[in-house]
Design a protein around this ligand. Structure first.
Ligand code: FE2
Length: 275
């Protein structure tokens, strides 16, 4: 007997959130909504409107899903925390995004190891309202199911990490963040764009799938796409089976390394608008 469905989803139980928990959401939302214009991709700003629901505080997933379904055919379902890879891929392949239903404590505003509802919903859902990125996320889920059968999840997971979680995009106005791990974090938004230390490397799918990453600190390398359309196109054009075979014979690249064919971008072309 289990209280979880076999797909690991649980009721969000929106009515059980306390006023303090809603206030934590509102504090985080206001802080990021102020910081991000001029730093995040325009598509993310457009998508943020989907989170402005009829009630303040933590979004009610039923209402959010109804709106998201109309926009791109996606829905948001609650889970208690991280779910097994095959469950996660199955949800994505069917346009279901699973989100933690808990929220961080007030003393954890700036750092949390496990993704909570703020990371999952504020960070991920705005771009799920974008038709191109929504297609990319589904393609990733379908690719994940295939990678699972080929023993290549370790390689594919790096693509998710360096795009969906920690991606940057080059725009006519300068470098912008779009990854959920950055966009949901005040300090990493500033670090990813402004700090001189991390590498900012032009997107290269094969290179990314060889690259290690760190989960306990800001990233040492960020990969920069030209557009969401280019990202989706690169993914759909790639035959991953032969690529995984080739990758199996190549060594990993350290998270902070630059290699021979990298096109390293300077951060000098970016420009921010108002604070
Ligand atoms: Fe995430």
């Amino acid at each position: 007997m289990t209280d979880k469905a076999t797909d690991w989803t649980i009721p969000q139980n929106w009515a059980a959130y306390t006023p303090a928990q809603h206030a934590t959401w509102d504090t985080l939302f206001a802080r990021q909504a102020k910081l991000l214009p001029g730093r995040v991709a325009d598509e993310f700003i457009t998508g943020l409107d989907i989170l402005r629901l009829s009630k303040p505080g933590i979004p009610d997933f039923d209402e959010l899903s109804e709106r998201l379904m109309k926009a791109t055919g996606w829905q948001v379902l609650a889970v208690p925390g991280l779910v097994p890879d095959d469950v996660f891929f199955d949800h994505l392949a069917n346009r279901r995004f699973v989100a933690g239903n808990f929220i961080r404590r007030p003393d954890q505003l700036d750092y949390l190891q496990e993704p909570d509802v703020f990371h999952d919903v504020f960070g991920h859902v705005p771009l799920l309202a974008n038709t191109v990125f929504a297609d990319y996320m589904q393609a990733y889920g379908i690719g994940g199911q295939r990678a699972n059968g080929l023993g290549a999840i370790r390689n594919l997971a790096r693509l998710y990490w360096y795009t969906v979680e920690f991606g940057l995009v080059q725009t006519a106005q300068g470098l912008r963040v779009y990854g959920a791990g950055i966009a949901s974090s005040y300090s990493e938004t500033l670090f990813a764009l402004d700090d001189p230390s991390p590498n900012r490397i032009a997107f290269d799918l094969r290179r990314i799938m060889r690259t290690c990453y760190r989960i306990d600190d800001f990233q040492q390398s960020y990969f920069v796409i030209d557009s969401f359309a280019a990202l989706l196109d690169a993914t759909l054009r790639t035959d991953f089976g032969p690529l995984y075979d080739a990758l199996a014979t190549q060594h990993d690249i350290a998270a902070d390394a630059i290699v021979a064919d990298d096109r390293v971008l300077s951060r000098g072309t970016q420009s921010h608008v108002q604070r």
